[in-house]
Write a protein that binds this ligand. Structure first.
Ligand code: TRP
Ligand code: SF4
Length: 400
């Protein structure tokens, strides 16, 4: 409906590790150059599962922002903020809860999955059930067009689209909609108004999706339309009411293949991580003591890289040439495991060096980080309050 806008959030529930870097942050850093981006600390989301360890959340919030900055997220390009500093998210969550059927929430796959996975926690709470709706509010309040998520979160985006549609269906009806929409078409000017009509008819009578897309881009190009007219014209294309909340699309990010120190996926719960800014001595030590092919007991035993977690790290970090060297050296017992690990240690340290340097800047002057977040929160709040104004008006609670 509007220019592309990307929104993503991350829960502050512990330090970030290289799996987050390769799986999410590198992607954010790339997107900030291509789209308008909003990235936020999802502290209320963290509370839905970690309500009994608030200290962990509090500790993680600032560390996480420093990790983002260290990874290269650029506050001049992306808006960084903390969810709870923009209380409008909670207001939209509440208002959307009025029209959210319980069954829709119960059917979100992560609801049962997470309850089964995190058995040590009591997740039969109102907050946990409602968390996909909180996520919908996060997305809809900024009219985000794209949401980068992993596979497991795709149902949340689909759910968000259904909520937006339901909201527009219930509250997008205004008295005299057709007349107001026709008046808005006239404001496009003769040629464009004619084109809009033709495209609308082609879509509505023949289901021509290309015509719908053309009409949408026609509207996107109109700078002078008022917000209300824009919503009417988008709504008029597809149906009978204003389109107040726009449906986001999921932007699927490939699942992180980052292996951990034991060959399983890198994850805090497996205790196999290297943190983003782990100190050099600790990185070297952890990699030097990594398990290798268990069949390679003595230096003279040949090994099989396919049975070795170090080999998986070579896949992420090494050139073809280095991989050849490791493969052949392993299979012929030409090299020892400590030797084989050295290029991986060097590559991880080289990757982390600029991150550690950037982080140092912020650790030396924490006010920098507070200011970045204060700016971001202010920008986010401005956007969020515009949407809220329209939502309240549509729901009849603006009392002007
Ligand atoms: N639910 C996401 C997670 O657990 C975090 C999140 C919250 C989010 N709100 C969001 C992601 C909005 C994208 C958009 O990882
Ligand atoms: Fe693993 Fe390398 Fe040792 Fe082979 S030589 S077992 S690939 S660490």
């Amino acid at each position: 409906m509007f220019a592309d806008r990307v929104l993503s959030g991350m829960r502050p529930t512990g330090s970030l590790h290289l799996g987050h870097y390769h799986g999410v942050l590198k992607n954010w850093v790339q997107m900030q150059n291509e789209y308008e981006c909003l990235f936020f600390v999802a502290d209320w989301h963290a509370l839905t599962t970690h309500y009994d360890t608030p200290q962990l959340i509090e500790q993680s919030v600032w560390d996480m922002v420093v990790d983002w900055l260290a990874a290269g997220v650029n506050p001049a390009r992306a808006t960084l903020f903390i969810q709870s500093r923009v209380p409008e998210h909670a207001e939209l969550h509440l208002l959307l809860s009025m029209i959210t059927p319980l069954g829709w929430l119960e059917r979100v796959p992560t609801y049962k999955d997470q309850q089964e996975k995190l058995v040590e926690k009591d997740l039969s709470t109102y907050g946990f059930l409602g968390y996909p709706l909180l996520q919908s509010a996060d997305i809809l309040i900024y009219r985000a067009t794209q949401v980068p998520v992993g596979e497991d979160q795709v149902p949340h985006i689909e759910f968000t689209r259904e909520i937006a549609r339901r909201f527009n269906h219930i509250y997008g009806r205004e008295a005299g909609f057709e007349e107001k929409a026709e008046a808005a078409v006239k404001k496009l000017g003769g040629k464009k108004a004619k084109l809009y009509h033709e495209l609308r008819i082609r879509f509505q009578e023949q289901g021509d999706d290309a015509a719908l897309e053309s009409a949408k881009s026609l509207l996107d190009e109109q700078q002078s339309l008022s917000h209300g007219d824009r919503e009417r014209l988008f709504g008029f294309l597809e149906g009978g009411g204003k389109m107040i909340l726009s449906e986001p699309r999921a932007m699927l990010t490939a699942a992180s293949k980052m292996p951990g120190l034991d060959g399983q996926k890198m994850s805090k719960s497996y205790n196999n991580t290297l943190t983003l800014r782990e100190d050099e001595a600790s990185v070297s030590k952890k990699i030097r003591t990594m398990p290798t092919d268990p069949a390679r007991i003595r230096r003279t035993d040949v090994g099989n890289p396919d049975k070795c977690p170090v080999w998986q790290l070579h896949q992420v970090y090494s050139s073809e040439q280095t991989k050849q060297w490791a493969m052949q050296g392993c299979k012929s017992a030409g090299i020892g495991c400590i030797e084989c690990k050295q290029p991986v240690i060097d590559a991880v340290l080289a990757e982390q060096r600029p991150m550690r340097e950037r982080a140092q800047l912020y650790l030396d002057d924490p006010a920098l980080v507070r200011n970045i977040i204060a700016d971001g929160c202010e920008k986010a709040r401005k956007l969020a309050s515009e949407t809220m104004r329209e939502v309240r008006e549509a729901m009849g609670i603006s009392y002007t």
